[in-house]
Design a protein around this ligand. Structure first.
Ligand code: COA
Length: 609
């Protein structure tokens, strides 16, 4: 297959996204032969180097051995080239938007707020706090774009960073307020983001660390924060439930903890507080003055000395932030987990797990990320760029072929893959239902690669009615199987996420452990361009056309991956070429619960009194 590569398909694997012809000159190729493979290097002015790999004799021999997981041969065919290139152009445009939004959120609440935070208030920025708290910068951030493009404005990172990073080798969820965004106050989206992070901690049994620096509720939106079940109070309810579930929680008071914010440290199992910058009180000095006429400093009213020596609200007094994160790391080292010894070398770890990189290059996923449903290539091309050695043991390969199911490994973790490959027909749903239950019975985590087809045809004839009703029944069965499967589930929306098909493919409502979108993904009740079935019948043709145009425009705007992520309908937008890395992190994170020494639920949470 490698010999068929055309030389002007320059690539980091085979087709370089940044270097489509005519920029890439065929004469600029270099070749390097290693033990396992032949590499072709393309040197292009101003663009760096891209590599094309060809299999060498050793790798070919290895491939010839019989294996339970055969290699999926999925090279890009010349006939698919125009679809690939259209997808690639769209992917590059979406990635530019991704980079632009990342730059925007990295500025937090802006220059003035940053100066106020660091110079006047003498506090560290969230990213510097995380640098001190975590083992390294290789953490999985959750929903970084949450808060962008909301009716009440852009709230960078929803005013709080959440994610999963390692502390002394242990994966922990962190929830860190960003006080440069309106004093770290909680908007409705902030509350939603915090609750989602707690849910991730509960679902995957991960310790949780709160870095609290918040002025409490963002008062202008109080009615959307306070009263309902999944609003402000739920954070505290979750803290109690998590504690009873033996999910450890530690908090660091590294700024204000006003009003509701005060309950986070007082309900956590262990709390560290920083001298001079940490305060805990229900109402601050201005409120005291208004109520009693008394003048009091924040430190005297609710500083670290008071809470460590008098009230007992906190357990560790830290002179500065650096010391606070050292205390926190020490606390984490006492938790009831026994992690396996770490392999010294990453390479030997990979070898012991039998990991191989995909034969087909992950960079090519950018051209496989569909621009729209009509630009979807065979999903096995995606699978072969995600699994170890591009290996895949397909299940029911000849039945219900619009859904691809089978077993594979991702960085040595066995998984069951359920991937959309067209309309979710009756047969496809029956197959999906069977496969999901199979994985559930065998305790194999499921990975859903979702790209739902546009709405099926209307029921205008008896045969169509029969097809549709069979499909609905089978879809119902698949939804039930997915909902009840007790194995971990990870969903990646690689294309469309529309209508009921998205539920059967483990959309957000079906509670996957993690759900990510590629930047090209579209999320809406129907796909843009397919809304005719939603228009009211009986209207005049011209009127219908106007309505259709308007609805499609709206669907296009509201279905973008960034619109979805801004509202926290997912755990973040990830780049296609990073998918394997993200899946690996998620699987490692999910597996950590095996090493917790005792997990039986207690009757009560840990109480401070
Ligand atoms: N609701 C809405 N906006 C708030 C707010 C709140 N509860 N608390 C602070 N803000 C806003 C401020 O108006 C200011 O906005 P601006 O940048 O547009 O001027 C911004 O957040 C930063 O506040 P500021 O007071 O300038 O910063 P600071 O670092 O000196 O103090 C706090 C931050 C949070 C300690 C302080 O603002 C405070 O104590 N706020 C009141 C907290 C409170 O009483 N909450 C009750 C919630 S029920």
């Amino acid at each position: 297959m490698y010999s068929s590569i055309s030389r002007n398909l320059c690539s980091r694997g085979r087709v370089c996204p940044a270097l489509l012809s005519p920029y890439c000159q065929p004469l600029s190729w270099r070749e390097r032969i290693t033990r396992d493979q032949t590499q072709h290097w393309c040197v292009c002015p101003g663009q760096g180097q891209c590599v094309i790999r060809s299999m060498g004799s050793v790798a070919r021999r290895r491939r010839a051995l019989p294996s339970a997981f055969p290699v999926l041969e999925q090279p890009l065919q010349p006939v698919q080239q125009h679809v690939y290139e259209a997808n690639l152009r769209n992917s590059i445009a979406c990635q530019n938007k991704y980079v632009e939004l990342r730059e925007k959120i990295q500025k937090g609440g802006g220059e003035n707020a940053t100066v106020r935070h660091t110079q006047r208030n003498k506090k560290l920025l969230v990213k510097d706090r995380l640098r001190l708290l975590l083992d390294d910068e290789d953490f999985l951030e959750l929903s970084p774009f949450a808060g962008l493009g909301l009716p009440y404005g852009d709230i960078p990172s929803a005013g709080c960073l959440t994610g999963i990073g390692r502390i002394n080798g242990l994966w922990c969820v962190f929830i860190a307020n960003d006080a440069t965004v309106k004093g770290g106050t909680a908007y409705p989206i902030t509350v939603k983001k915090q609750l989602r992070a707690q849910e991730v901690a509960m679902q995957n049994r991960l310790p949780c660390v709160y870095l609290v620096d918040s002025g409490g509720a963002f008062l202008p939106l109080q009615s959307e924060i306070f009263p309902d079940k999944n609003q402000g109070g739920r954070t505290f309810y979750n803290e109690a439930i998590m504690s009873a579930m033996k999910i450890p929680q530690v908090s660091v008071v590294c700024g204000s903890c006003t009003a509701g914010g005060a309950y986070i440290p007082t309900m956590a199992e262990e709390t560290v507080m920083v001298h001079r910058i940490g305060t805990i009180f229900l109402g601050g000095p201005p409120l005291v003055k208004a109520a009693t006429g008394e003048e009091v400093t924040p430190e005297d009213l609710g500083g670290a000395t008071l809470h460590a020596e008098v009230s007992g609200c906190v357990d560790h007094f830290a002179w500065d932030e650096k010391e606070a994160y050292e205390y926190t790391r020490n606390i984490i080292s006492t938790l009831n987990y026994e992690l396996p010894e770490e392999e010294e070398e990453e390479d030997s770890l990979r070898k012991s797990r039998g990991e191989e990189e995909p034969v087909n290059c992950s960079e090519e996923l950018q051209g496989l990320a569909p621009l729209n449903y009509n630009h979807s290539l065979d999903v096995k091309m995606v699978v072969s760029r995600l699994t170890d050695g591009s290996r895949f043991q397909e299940f029911k390969a000849r039945y219900g072929t619009t859904l691809v199911t089978g077993f594979a490994k991702i960085h040595g973790n066995q998984v069951g893959i359920v991937a959309s490959n067209g309309e979710l027909s009756n047969e496809a749903c029956l197959k999906g239902c069977h496969f999901v239950q199979l994985c559930d019975q065998r305790d194999i985590p499921l990975i859903f690669l979702q790209n739902t087809a546009p709405t099926p045809g209307l029921t205008l004839s008896t045969p169509q009615a029969e097809i549709n009703s069979n499909r609905i029944k089978a879809q119902g069965s698949m939804m039930s199987a997915v909902a009840c499967a007790s194995v971990p589930k990870i969903t990646v929306v690689i294309g469309g996420c529309h209508g009921a098909d998205s539920y059967a493919m483990c959309g957000r409502a079906f509670d996957p452990n993690f759900l990510f979108l590629w930047p090209n993904a579209r999320v809406s009740v129907v796909a843009p361009g397919h809304c005719d079935s939603l228009l009211p019948p009986g209207a005049e043709e011209k009127e219908q056309q106007v309505m259709e145009l308007e609805l499609n425009k709206r669907l296009k705007e509201e279905s973008s991956a960034f619109f979805s992520s801004g509202r926290l309908w997912d755990d973040g937008v990830i780049l296609p070429q990073d998918t394997r890395k993200v899946l690996r992190a998620c699987l490692d994170i999910i597996n950590q619960q095996r090493y917790q020494l005792s997990t039986e639920r207690l009757q009560t949470p840990l109480l401070r009194i």
